[in-house]
Ligand binder design. Structure first.
Ligand code: ADP
Length: 739
């Protein structure tokens, strides 16, 4: 293949590729030219361009631009110069020329846009003029130029520089010297490649890499944070940074961790920040971030009133700052602040990178909290299962046991492993029928929770073991049924105690019935011999009275009297035992009707005693009507009997609604009772007076008590001697639906 013929315009294009920053080897490879060839073209190209400045020497006001200078030379320049002029002007990258004394000769449109400087006005000016606000940048460029003048050729270097809007751009500067007619270095041509994007990507990657490692290696945010702050500051050339968080107990927010470059003034500033606690609000730097959850930026700390640590920051040489939220969703967990040594306008990229970092930290905190919660709840669960005498179990979707804690074995001696993989009903339970199991199975199939399901299993030593099981269905996040889990408890002891109790209760009921039977039979059978004693004594009296002396007559009187009393006692005892033995079924009764009946029975007593009886309107109750009459009648009779001599009896029958029951009362204005006798008066044949004072045997209140208790109520007295008595008794209300 014959070698390609290169015309001057094509050569100029190749050289410009190099000026844009493409490496020499890549250019040579692409165009299949030798490096020596390429270098020769570049030399020729730069010399040609340089020649266009020779006639002008020093820049003058009539030189409008570098390109117009080129244009004037077109007539005596070859084709290459025209192409070069057009290409340089159209290049999207800044290109500029400088004379040997460092003064600008001209620049292209892209340069003008990049620095926001009108190129005509800049001719004759120096790099110090271009970076008047960043002398350190100007100094670096200047040093590179000096080096070039000493060793002519090409140079490239990277440098972050401030541009027209004050923002920082990362630049790759490529410079090459050109010679004048005399062969000496006459100046340099420079191009600027903006590598900010690449730099940002690198910085972000380096931050992310370091942060990822730090978060992975740290147990707490406190441990990770100094490293994270350092990574962020070092990668981005920031002076210092700190994390702030809300401290609920101190009622404010405070600086938790900080990192700064090795500078005692910055260390002093950070130490001071860490000392005080700030009150929350919406003004102030960190406050704003914590309050709004959004980043803030302060371009000039000295000019911002909301920045409270302005003085200290100035002393530390800090000029601008920004703060970022540490967020988890809508929740603001804290904030981070960072400081520059220069005044910097808001940098969207920086804020975005920082916010992303804040979000990662937020997620870390949430994850750590979740892990902590999980560990705590596992620990709680472990100690619960370890300390409890209950055991824990799990079942799969098929109701097969998949897990059983060891407490089952420890408590009951049953072998937990023998149940694993099997269903509850695969092994026999002594207390359950097929029907019981069917109902249990149906409940599980409906995925319902169940509680206190009791099973009697055969224990290892042949004894029965009672288990009580409670469980709840388990569903996964998708709502699919995954089985059951629950607890079991050993209720063998309780079951045994219950059995003993039941036996004792049955025994008690039986012996009570027997006793009642005995009392009844005894009193019933005693009546007959008593009647015989009575009638034969009377016979004796009638036939032989005149044959007996005074003493014998008196003795006869005692016998008759005793027999009469005994008859009364036996009748009372019979009446008492009848309350339990011959009671009628309880059914709805109008208490009012029962009261009327009692009053009718007592009419003679009431009239002769001159008693005044009033009452509330009485409700319907569930009762044995005969016994209810007996109850009211006994109480009212007592109220009349134990009257004061000087006052006619006044009696009030009342009733109150006491929730689930009715509370009846019979109150009188009689002699009253001493409190120590409140219990005794309800016992059989217990009384407080002699028969001469007040007649009676002491059975009345005993019958009342038995009647009330048979109805499921209670009876008691309230009284004081001389102040009247009030007897209360309760009867349960009729339940709805009861007839
Ligand atoms: P009795 O009326 O036959 O003595 P009760 O069993 O009815 O037997 O009464 C026992 C005792 O309670 C009476 O002896 C009396 O001392 C006392 N008592 C009962 N009701 C009243 C009352 N309303 N006022 C004062 N004391 C009473």
């Amino acid at each position: 293949m014959p070698a390609r013929q290169w015309d001057p315009a094509s050569k100029a294009k190749v050289v410009l590729e190099g000026l844009q920053g493409k490496p020499e080897t890549a250019i040579c490879k692409r165009h299949s030219i030798k490096p020596a060839e390429y270098r020769l073209w570049r030399k020729q190209f730069l010399a040609k361009i340089a020649r266009s400045f020779e006639s002008t020497g020093r820049p003058s006001t009539n030189r409008v631009s570098f390109l117009s200078g080129l244009g004037r030379d077109t007539d005596k320049s070859p084709e290459a110069l025209r192409v070069a002029r057009e290409l340089i002007e159209a290049l999207p990258i800044p290109v500029y020329f400088k004379a040997r004394d460092g003064r600008h000769l001209g620049a292209n449109k892209a340069w003008e846009a990049y620095f926001g400087v009108a190129r005509e006005s800049f001719i004759g000016k120096t790099v110090q003029d271009l970076f008047s606000k960043a002398p350190e940048v100007a100094a670096k460029h200047h040093a590179a130029d000096e080096d070039l003048w000493r060793n002519p050729g090409t140079r490239s270097y990277e440098l972050p520089v401030p541009v027209h809007d004050g923002s920082i751009r990362y630049t790759l500067n490529y410079k090459a010297t050109f010679a004048g007619e005399d062969g000496k270095v006459a100046g340099l041509i420079g191009t600027i490649i903006d590598i900010t994007e690449r730099k940002h990507a690198e910085q972000r990657q380096s931050i992310e890499h370091r942060v990822t490692r730090l978060l992975a290696d740290s147990e707490t945010l406190r441990a990770a944070m100094p490293g994270i702050l350092a990574a962020f500051c070092e990668s981005l050339g920031l002076a210092c940074g700190a994390r702030w968080s809300m401290d609920a107990t101190a009622g404010g927010f405070r600086c938790e961790e900080a990192w700064g470059t090795d500078d005692p003034r910055i260390a002093a500033f950070l130490a001071e920040s860490r000392q005080s606690i700030y009150q929350p609000g919406h003004v102030g730097f960190i406050r704003r971030v914590l309050g709004t959850g959004r980043p803030t930026w302060i371009t000039d700390l000295a000019a911002d009133e909301s920045f409270l640590r302005g003085e200290q920051a100035a002393k530390a040489g800090l000029r601008s700052a920004f703060a970022l939220p540490i967020r988890l969703g809508d929740q603001v967990l804290g904030a981070m602040e960072f400081f520059h040594r220069e005044k910097r306008p808001p940098d969207e990229w920086l804020l975005e990178t920082g916010v992303a970092l804040g979000n990662r930290i937020g997620l870390f905190v949430a994850r750590k909290e979740a892990e902590h919660e999980l560990r705590a709840s596992e620990a709680r669960f472990r100690s619960l299962t370890a300390l409890s005498s209950d055991w824990y179990w799990e079942q799969d979707e098929q109701f097969r046991l998949t897990f059983m804690s060891s407490m089952l074995g420890e408590r009951t001696g049953l072998d937990a492993t023998s149940y694993i993989g099997r269903r509850r009903w695969d092994q026999p339970a002594l207390n359950l029928t097929e029907g019981d199991w069917d109902r249990h199975r149906a409940q599980l199939e409906r995925h319902e929770p169940f509680s206190d399901f009791e099973m009697e299993r055969r224990g290892p030593d042949g004894n029965s073991v009672w288990l009580s099981i409670s469980g709840e269905p388990v569903f996964d996040e998708g709502g699919h049924f995954r089985g059951y889990r629950g607890v079991g408890t050993d209720i063998t002891e309780r079951k045994r105690a219950q059995a003993v109790l039941r036996a004792a209760y049955d025994e008690l009921a039986r012996s009570n019935a027997e006793l009642q039977q005995f009392a009844y039979v005894a009193s019933h059978d005693l009546q007959e011999p008593l009647r015989m004693i009575g009638s034969y004594t009377q016979l004796l009296e009638r036939r032989y009275l005149d044959k007996l002396d005074q003493d014998a007559r008196e003795f006869m009187g005692f016998i008759v009297d005793g027999a009469t009393r005994m008859k009364q006692l036996i009748e009372d005892l019979l009446a008492y035992s009848r309350v339990g033995m011959r009671g009628r079924e309880l059914m709805p009764v109008q208490a009012q009707v029962a009261l009327d009946r009692a009053l009718l029975n007592l009419r003679a007593t009431i009239e002769s005693g001159g008693a005044a009886i009033t009452h509330d309107s009485l409700p319907e109750v569930n009762a044995d009507d005969v016994q209810l009459v007996q109850l009211l009648q006994n109480l009212i009779a007592n109220a009349i009997k134990f009257r004061k001599k000087e006052e006619p009896p006044r009696i009030r029958v009342g009733v109150e609604d006491a929730g689930g029951e009715w509370r009846f009362s019979v109150a009188d204005n009689g002699i009253g009772i001493e409190p120590q006798y409140f219990e005794r008066i309800f016992m059989v044949f217990q009384r407080l007076h002699t028969r001469d004072e007040y007649p009676g045997t002491g059975i009345g209140l005993a019958i009342c008590k038995k009647v009330v208790e048979r109805h499921g109520g209670r009876i008691w007295a309230e009284s004081a001697p001389g102040r009247g008595s009030k007897f209360y008794f309760t009867l349960p209300k009729i339940q709805k639906g009861e007839t």
